[in-house]
Design a protein around this ligand. Sequence first.
Ligand SMILES: *Cc1c(COP(=O)(O)O)cnc(C)c1O
Length: 390
Amino acid sequence: MHPETRAVHVEAPKLDGAAPLSVPIYQTSGFAFDDAEVFADGLARPDGAFVYTRMSNPTVRALENALTDLEGGTAAIATASGMGAINATLRGLLRPGDHVIAQRQLYGSTYTALRAMAQRGEIEVDYVSGHDPDEVRKSLRDNTKVLYLETIGNPAAHVSDLPALAAVAREAGVRTVVDNTFATPILCRPIEQGADVVVHSITKYIGGHSDILGGVAVVADAELHRPLWSEAAELGVTPDPFAAWLAIRGLATLSLRMRQHCANAEVIANRLATHPSVASVFWPGLPGNPSHEIAKRVLTGGFGATFAFELNGGRAAGEKFATALRLAKFAPSLGGTETLVLHPASTSHRQLSGVELENAGVSPGMIRISVGIEHADDLVADLEQALDQV
Ligand SMILES: *Cc1c(COP(=O)(O)O)cnc(C)c1O
């Protein structure tokens, strides 16, 4: 069946023979037993009996099963945030002395997490553009264990050549981890293109309503399920059942929302591209975009709705624009129903030095927009009145 259908029919684990239409919220910290062996087995396995909610919970399991299915994996570990999934994955896959090849344009906290691990001497990291398989091949070392990519990069919406890069990694016995937050399984299923682990911030499009934090790691290879589960459970980054329930609720409308997000993004990207106050627009759907040809191969059904554009007038113009909006909010995060705008240089990427900003593709006048599902005309009117003030 199609993902649109599967996202609506999320199955609840049947514990008592009833079949509720909505997955029940098992708001409990633990479960009682009358058999010590079943109890012990549940503590030892990610798919054993439900024992303690930090390790497993039926509502959380329903979300994990739905995302495993949508991403085409074999198992998933839901987490309390996207960074929870990313850190549990990195810790599960890496040992001291290992080497990571990562894409240069990364979500800010992912970059700082990798940098911190490298500064503590735990791992070594090299960065690549994400466009060129030869660059990955040349960066490979004997101790390379992970290739880390984002389907659609943050903030400049660079699209990685997933099949080509993952093929190089696979040949060398290196695992490919892909952050699929910006694309969602509606626009891209990285496992089908060679990824070993797909991570998401559920906080964004999957949750979809700016009301929860959540994350997930979906694994292609069942062997990775237990180590990643064990990291997540021991780090204590597994989710609360209520947040998992809201994520399941969000999932039901994911495909509808993505269709509207992407359609609005197309209107806005095209309008911005012709505005005299805008120097450039980094939306992979625009024919002149450096990622356009790759995006046509890697994405299906849309080019995403979170992207950046560059204002004439640098940092001052960026700050002025962000605060002149009336409908779109100047706020962190993305992927909710409402349009949000961010000025990365002064907010999300403020930890980065000038050189690091340049490497990450962030310029002082850059604005990141997460296009919502409002009427496109209202959004265009708001963006134009703010541009007029810059
Ligand atoms: C938000 C985000 C994260 C981190 O997710 P949290 O839920 O905030 O922890 C990771 N990657 C990308 C691409 C994101 O947008």
